[in-house]
Write a protein that binds this ligand. Structure first.
Ligand code: C5P
Length: 296
């Protein structure tokens, strides 16, 4: 029986600049999305109706009902294409849930790619990106992979080139954080303060293009970090442990609580991972590289 398999990577944000709250409740962003080599895998086969199952180390904690982003992705694509939503989908989750790594967005993007192939829709990248943007701000980037500057809610993308493979160490926390909660706390921290329009800045783009990890480390910036640390004070310990372990730089990933640390190369990444693990300041340590590709 025909089975479509696609892999979609997690992302981190080397720069995440957050503007003021908009009337629709979202925030305008200027961010660099960077896909890393930690993948969820989506398998889709023909079925009599739509079933979505979750497997793998992080399957627990993801709802398997109609609120599941993978389920919503299959229904949204079927509706747009005017076909019945019939598929047996399994999502193998290796990306931690509610971790600031866009794992749910990766699953939605994987379902869009897999069901497009299974149902032989032949949708263009632009058509898939349009459906993706209705599912979540990070879903269009998950479809694209690589490295990109994101604006708007994060759904407007411009792909950029990175001059080298970057080696990151991810410190995963034992509990996730809710993205809306972190945005809310950020708004509280900023109340009464005039917030400038978001901007990525030239430094990170030059550093990425030049492929210099030290310059990338010096340009890391996340406006959500303070809010994530306010909600999870122990993240300050994780960030300090990464610095003390010799990371070139460290940052909370997206809305957290995962922290991403940059290493010089593969060997340094191994040393950093071992030291971070020994620090006892996080539940799990993962070595990844970026940019990673979305695909099969
Ligand atoms: O778009 P997505 O569903 O991933 O966003 C989840 C929540 O994160 C939104 O409901 C909103 O509270 C917050 N958010 C935001 N500004 C963005 C993206 C997300 O305020 N640009």
């Amino acid at each position: 029986m025909l089975q479509v398999i696609t892999r979609v990577p997690a992302k981190i944000n080397p720069v995440l600049s957050v503007g003021p709250a908009r009337r629709d409740g979202y925030h305008d962003l200027a961010t660099v999305f960077h896909a890393v080599s930690l993948y969820d895998e989506v398998r889709a086969r023909a079925g009599d109706d739509l079933t979505v199952t979750m497997s793998g180390p992080y399957a627990g904690g993801v709802p398997s009902d109609a609120t599941n982003l993978a389920t919503r992705a299959a229904r949204a694509l079927a509706k747009r294409a005017g076909v019945p939503a019939k598929a047996r989908v399994d999502v193998h989750k290796a990306i931690p849930v509610a971790a600031g790594l866009a794992g749910g967005s990766a699953d939605a993007a994987g379902v869009l790619r897999a069901c497009d192939a299974l149902w032989e829709l032949g949708a263009s990248d632009t058509e898939l990106a349009t459906v993706a943007a209705t599912l979540g701000s990070d879903v269009p980037f998950a479809l694209a992979g690589g490295t990109a500057v994101g604006t708007g809610r994060g759904e407007r993308l411009r792909g950029i080139t990175v001059g080298t493979t970057l080696h990151w160490v991810l410190a995963v926390a034992s509990r996730g954080l809710s993205t809306p909660d972190v945005y809310r706390r950020l708004d509280e921290l900023r109340s009464g303060v005039s917030v400038p329009e978001p901007a990525v800045g030239e430094a990170i783009l030059t550093a990425l293009a030049g492929g210099d990890p030290g310059a990338v480390a010096a340009s890391l910036r996340n406006d959500m970090q303070e809010a994530a640390v306010a909600l999870r004070p122990e993240l300050a310990d994780t960030l300090r442990a990464g610095r003390e372990a010799g990371a070139l730089g460290g940052i909370v990933s997206g809305s957290g609580p995962t922290c991403a640390f940059l290493a010089r190369d593969g060997e340094h990444s191994g040393e950093l991972a071992a030291r971070l693990d020994a620090s006892g300041t996080c539940a799990q340590v993962l070595q990844v590289t970026g940019p990673a590709r979305t695909g099969d």
